[in-house]
Design a binder for this molecule. Structure first.
Ligand SMILES: Cc1ncc(COP(=O)(O)O)c(C=O)c1O
Length: 391
């Protein structure tokens, strides 16, 4: 990092990262849609890099530099989407005969990769309680190679005690990966707290407009940087130039957008906590959340994504609730400018005996977008009225 950069705040650096770009004629980098890269001389063919579009061009270099700034990392490897980034991070750390510890509230398809694909590669995945903290040491085996954390967890928002887990894992040479999509780098920096790798789905807040995919894998360890690069090269992992461009464009406004999502999300979360239909709210920035103290210690902010557990719902009430919504869309993503809500019970594949099997009523996940909060409250209010209506 240059001396000028070191003096500046992160939002400023995100706007002014220029990667290796030589030309300064446009504010954002040009999109080079290219497989073939041409060389003027034969000598250049085997000397310079990149030699092929899959290695990424100007827009990729600029996005990598911005992601390094965001996560406090020395290296970033880009992937086509967030799931691929998580798979790349995990596969870079494990080998046949190994054992991976997998947070029980990890994003479902990442858990499926660990349990299905790693099994085929001869690696056993074992789920653990995301709130286990230092107790994770009891699960270590001689062949444990890595721990996958996602904090807060998908759908249920448990916060992992990353420093406590790292204190147990590091002396044993067990590596830690953290899916940092919720913290987005701005609000949580796992590499500074003991993780070896931080991974993000750029698809969410970095892109921020629900119109592109992207993934990124960050590390500060030169040995791991090489392992991640090898794995990425072997699998031919790459991010499409247009998606990379949308990600670098999105990152310029990330800090401002996240503040707005956070404020609107907290407003709605407090409001929902007072609603008679709601049993409790799962939002780590609320003092009522069981991991609030950890969140205060390890995060600097929140965003618009959280869940609620309803009280038991009358027959047909959930369908009436969702059918009545006009502003909240039903869709399986988050991080865009629009508000979304989904019922989650069908997605909850958790360890037997996990607290979710004893919850009061249905689990709903909300993503609070950038609409006026008063309009969002009115939308939910009429949906609640429809839910409890018996006529
Ligand atoms: C926490 C988390 N990680 C990873 C992903 C995967 O990202 P993508 O959809 O870009 O593959 C998601 C997607 O919802 C997610 O929520």
């Amino acid at each position: 990092m240059s001396e000028d950069d070191a003096r500046r705040e992160l939002p400023t650096r995100l706007i002014h990262t220029r990667g290796e770009r030589l030309s300064r004629v446009t504010v954002n980098p040009p999109v080079e849609r290219a497989s073939t890269v041409l060389f003027r001389t034969e000598a250049g063919l085997y000397g310079a890099k990149p030699t092929y579009g899959r290695m990424g061009l100007a827009v990729h270099r600029e996005l990598e530099a911005a992601m390094c700034a965001l996560e406090g990392a020395r290296s970033t490897r880009l992937a086509a989407n967030g799931l691929q980034a998580c798979a790349l991070a995990i596969a870079s750390l494990v080998e046949a005969g190994g054992h991976l510890l997998l947070s029980d509230s990890a994003y479902g398809p990442t858990a499926r990769f660990c349990e299905r694909r790693l099994k085929a590669m001869g690696v056993e995945a074992e789920r653990f309680d995301p709130r286990i903290g230092a107790g994770i040491a009891a699960l270590f085996r001689d062949n444990t190679q890595a721990i996958l954390l996602e904090s807060p967890g998908s759908l249920t928002f448990e916060i992992a005690d990353l420093p406590a887990i790292a204190a147990e894992a590091r002396p044993r040479g067990i590596r830690i990966i953290c899916d940092n999509t919720w913290g987005a780098g701005l609000h949580h920096q796992p590499l500074a707290l003991g993780a070896d790798i931080s991974a993000q789905a750029l698809t969410k807040y970095v892109v921020g407009h629900s119109d592109a995919f992207g993934g990124a894998v960050m590390t500060n360890d030169p040995g791991l940087e090489r392992r991640i690069a090898n794995c990425s090269e072997d699998w031919g992992i790459a991010l499409a130039p247009d998606d990379a461009w949308l990600a670098i464009r999105g990152i310029r406004t990330l800090a401002t957008r996240l503040k707005a999502h956070e404020a609107a999300g907290l407003d709605l979360a407090h409001w929902l906590g007072q609603r008679p239909e709601v049993d409790h709210v799962l939002h780590p920035a609320l003092p009522s959340h069981p991991d609030h103290a950890l969140w205060q210690r390890d995060f600097t902010g929140a965003n618009g994504l959280f869940s609620i557990v309803l009280k038991p719902v009358p027959e047909g009430g959930l369908e009436r609730f969702f059918d009545a919504l006009q502003l909240f869309g039903m869709g399986f993503s988050w991080g865009g400018f629009e508000s979304l809500i989904i019922p989650c019970d069908e997605q909850l594949t958790r360890r037997p005996g996990c607290w979710t099997s004893a919850k009061a009523g249905p689990l709903l996940r909300l993503h609070v977008g950038l609409e006026a909060v008063s309009d969002l409250k009115a939308d939910l209010e009429s949906a609640f009225a429809a839910m409890v209506s018996t006529t």
